[in-house]
Design a protein around this ligand. Structure first.
Ligand SMILES: [Zn+2]
Length: 168
């Protein structure tokens, strides 16, 4: 199979998974070969959208991968403890790491990506699949935040500002 044909097949597979995820058909969303690495445990819409976006990035020769997706409660608690140690107080830490009960990563609703070039590509193009960078201070953090094809909303200054505003 040519490179182009294999990319096409991969995209078709992901598109099928996306349709299944959106329509809630069967267990297609759980098929591991259909999704990008690191999408396990994410909400189905995010797993499918990220997969389609990263397939397109790779087709354009851009490297992008998930550095952190779904996190367990215990993982987030450890990150929170580490952040308090690093930043000196819960108030300062909260700008960068949210407590487990507030973190979209624990809910499977966020991905951190790298390298910087891939994140920058996703910031420019992710809206096509509903993916947006959501925080000014985190170039690596993306969530489903718009209707596919519509512009992304303005970024929040940081995670703490949004959590306080939303009360979550
Ligand atoms: Zn994140």
């Amino acid at each position: 199979m040519s490179d182009f044909a294999s990319r096409l097949a991969c995209t078709a597979l992901a598109a099928g998974a996306l349709a299944s995820a959106v329509l809630g058909i069967g267990q297609a969303v759980a098929a591991p070969t259909a999704f990008a690495p690191g999408t396990g445990g994410l909400v189905p819409g995010l797993a499918a959208s990220y997969t389609l976006a990263s397939n397109e990035a790779h087709a354009q020769g851009i490297s992008v991968w998930i550095t952190s997706g779904k996190r367990s409660d215990a993982e987030q608690r450890q990150l929170w403890r580490n952040a308090i140690a690093t930043y000196g107080s819960p108030e300062a830490a909260r700008r960068w790491v949210l407590p487990a009960e507030e973190s979209p990563h624990v809910r499977g609703e966020a991905v951190d990506v790298g390298p910087w070039e891939g994140a920058a590509w996703l910031e420019r193009n992710g809206y096509r699949w509903g993916l947006c960078r959501t925080f000014v201070n985190e170039w690596w953090h993306f969530e489903l935040a718009t209707t596919p094809g519509a512009a992304c909303p303005p970024m929040w200054p940081d995670a703490a500002v949004r959590a306080d505003r939303r009360g979550i």
